[in-house]
Design a protein around this ligand. Structure first.
Ligand code: MSP
Length: 647
């Protein structure tokens, strides 16, 4: 039987900035997915690359005092170097300035033009260079781009337009009939909400005299291709569309991975472009949340809260950074990241759970079995539980990963590691060793532990590609057949008799004391600042206008609501503030049902430090009035767009 195909892509990154954690996050996920599918028997293909045209690149080159081509060559290479540092193994790296890409962009443009879906017209609108697109009035917040905080330029120019509106109804039907096309679900609802109103046509060219850095429009050399129309096509040009073997092999299975800020081009521009060009639609759009600084705020150099994955990788190694990013952040949600979070996870999951399982097992085999993995003998009930758990892991992982529940999938592996550690405590090999009658039982336990470690090593290979060989080395395994997917589906593949050898500790504990000292120094500084702030006003109830202005109140729309498990007062809401999506947890379950809330426009405090309530992140607070018996939400009495500031 021929293998199933799996194709995964990252966004192609703009070369106006150095690689950062936002890029690394999506790329690590793509690499994990590519490796996991390969392990699980798929013919897996992973594409990444760089987006090298457009105004912002031309501006960045100019600022650097370089010719655009020389500039993009240099920065594109930095991405390649960065990916090496994180052990990213892509199959192809596409650059939009390559001839193979330009040719296909022009062919697709011509196809769409010939289909009658492109016309020439005048356009007037607000262009955000940061987003490289016109923003609608609805998208602006206080006249500014919500993502970049800058006021877009008002522009009027002659452009070619793609008849995107013509495909709106079709796209709505497509999304409705393919429930997992866009996921997680909140983002799908967001797209459907955009599509519930006219989307207009898409300007797909720029006058060449203003933006010379781009791909010429095939039928009019006075215009170049709009950067998003050009960039999106990378996903098929890299496969050699239309005739390439790779295109036929992989395209139908495409999973795009993106961040939530570029959902509109991927969920609306791209499928309508494909439809018009007669190309089948990709399989899934997977939308990730944003990684925030350790303080829960958007990372920025000014705030000094930028977390650099490459620095962390130098310090702790690429495997640890990959494990941290994959296991700590629930896919689709925003999450605060930072070194102290990484250390906490490292010490618990890697040093304690996995590291200890390995060192305890090796030590016991050395001590109680002359350093050789014994043949198993008498089986007892804890063995069955361990074995059943191991044998059910592959299927569990497959289900979770196919739904993009990545951190839940990883948790399953760690539950198994936890079970194996518990197995040691239950079976107490050290006491079995004291009784010669229990020799066979002891052998079984030691064999099972070695087998559990082998299986764990295989499962973690897509997450931490350099660790399995270290575990195998200590277990004395040299046979490649023992690292296949087939070999983890059935317990007992490990052949007895291998000689184990203790090597360096794979995950030595990180001394938190040193870290704590650092944090304490920072904390003292903060306490001083807080104290200063407290003394400021005698009458604590009196605040100034400036004080009030610090509280950012905004209108938010409730997209989804659900109860928080195990907390009868709490509801978890997915809300939209302008373009931004957030989760808040509120103590209103006794007063509102989840259904009642969906669609409501409420008022939220938008600049609160995120907090965790019952393990759920809450990124804001809603306003409500209450007395002893009743509670009512503060809503608006006329319709107004979410994101509007309450002043
Ligand atoms: N060039 C376009 C993509 C074209 S794809 C046909 C682009 N490039 S980008 O370099 O600006 O951004 C790439 C990705 O990085 C986006 O998906 C964006 O969401 C992601 N991130 C940037 N900062 C981020 C975080 N802080 N956290 C998570 N991802 C974020 O857009």
């Amino acid at each position: 039987m021929s293998k199933k195909a799996f194709y995964v892509t990252t966004p192609i990154y703009y070369v106006n900035a150095e690689p950062h954690i936002g890029h690394a996050y999506t790329t690590v996920i793509a690499d994990f997915l590519a490796r996991w599918h390969r392990l699980a028997g798929y013919d897996s293909y992973f594409l990444t690359g760089t987006d090298e045209h457009g105004e912002k690149i031309a501006q960045a080159a100019q600022k650097a005092g370089q010719e655009p081509q020389a500039f993009v060559d240099k920065v594109s290479n930095r991405f390649k170097e960065a990916w090496k540092k994180l052990c990213i193994e892509y199959n192809d790296f596409i650059r939009t300035t390559e001839p193979r890409h330009k040719k296909i962009v022009q062919e697709i443009l011509q196809k769409v033009y010939d289909a009658g879906d492109i016309y020439y017209g005048e356009y007037e609108g607000h262009y955000c260079v940061g987003c490289e697109r016109f923003l609608t009035d609805k998208e602006l917040v206080d006249g500014r781009c919500p993502d970049h905080g800058t006021a877009p330029e008002k522009r009027k120019e002659g452009n070619y337009f793609f008849r995107m509106e013509k495909y709106r109804e079709w796209l709505i039907d497509y999304i409705n009939s393919h429930p997992d096309f866009i996921r997680p679900e909140g983002y799908r609802n967001e797209v459907l909400s955009i599509l519930s109103e006219p989307i207009g046509d898409l300007s797909i060219s720029r006058p060449r005299e203003r933006v010379p850095w781009g791909i010429p429009i095939p039928w009019d050399e006075n215009h170049v291709t709009y950067v998003w129309f050009d960039a999106l096509i990378n996903y098929v040009s890299a496969l050699g569309y239309p005739d390439g073997k790779k295109f036929h092999r992989y395209w139908d299975s495409a999973w795009h991975l993106i961040g939530k800020d570029i959902i509109k081009p991927h969920a609306i521009f791209w499928p309508t472009m494909l439809k018009s060009a007669g190309i089948p639609i990709y399989k899934h759009l997977n939308v990730g949340g944003f990684l925030m600084g350790p303080d829960g705020r958007k990372m920025s150099k000014t705030l000094g809260n930028v977390v650099d994955p490459f620095d962390l990788s130098e310090k702790y190694g690429p495997d640890v950074v990959r494990y941290y990013l994959l296991s700590d952040v629930p896919y689709g949600q925003d999450a605060a990241v930072g070194e102290s979070h990484l250390i906490a996870r490292y010490n618990t999951d890697l040093a304690n759970d996995l590291g200890n399982l390995l060192s305890r097992t090796i030590t016991m085999i050395e001590k109680f079995s002359d350093g050789k993995i014994p043949a198993p003998g008498v089986a007892e009930s804890p063995d069955d539980e361990l074995i059943a758990m191991a044998e059910s892991l592959p299927e569990k992982l497959e289900t979770k990963i196919s739904h993009m529940e990545l951190n839940a999938a990883i948790r399953e592996i760690w539950r198994f590691i936890g079970r194996a550690n518990k197995y040691i405590d239950e079976t107490m090999p050290w006491s079995l060793a004291k009784n010669p009658n229990q020799k066979e039982r002891l052998n079984t336990v030691l064999y099972n532990l070695a087998e559990a470690l082998r299986i764990t090593a295989v499962h973690i290979s897509p997450i931490m590609p350099n660790i399995p060989s270290k575990i195998f080395e200590q277990l004395g395994i040299a046979d490649d057949k023992l690292s296949t997917w087939e070999s983890v589906k059935k317990w007992g593949q490990l052949s007895p008799g291998l000689t184990v050898s203790r090597k360096e500790i794979i995950f030595p504990r990180i001394d938190e004391k040193a870290k704590a000292k650092e944090a304490e120094a920072k904390g003292k500084q903060k306490a001083k600042e807080d104290a200063k702030a407290e003394v400021k006003e005698e009458g604590a109830n009196v605040i100034t206008i400036e004080d009030f202005a610090k509280v950012e109140l905004r209108i938010a729309e409730v997209l989804e609501a659900e109860k928080v498990k195990g907390a009868d007062k709490l509801l978890k809401l997915q809300i939209k503030i302008g373009d931004e999506r957030r989760q808040i947890v509120a103590g209103i379950a006794k007063h509102y049902t989840p259904e009642e809330l969906v669609g409501k426009k409420i008022v939220v405090v938008a600049n609160l430090k995120p907090a965790k309530l019952r393990g759920e992140v809450s990124q804001g607070m809603l306003l409500a009035a209450s007395n002893e018996e009743s509670l009512t939400l503060i809503t608006v009495d006329r319709d107004i767009d979410s994101g509007a500031r309450v002043k």
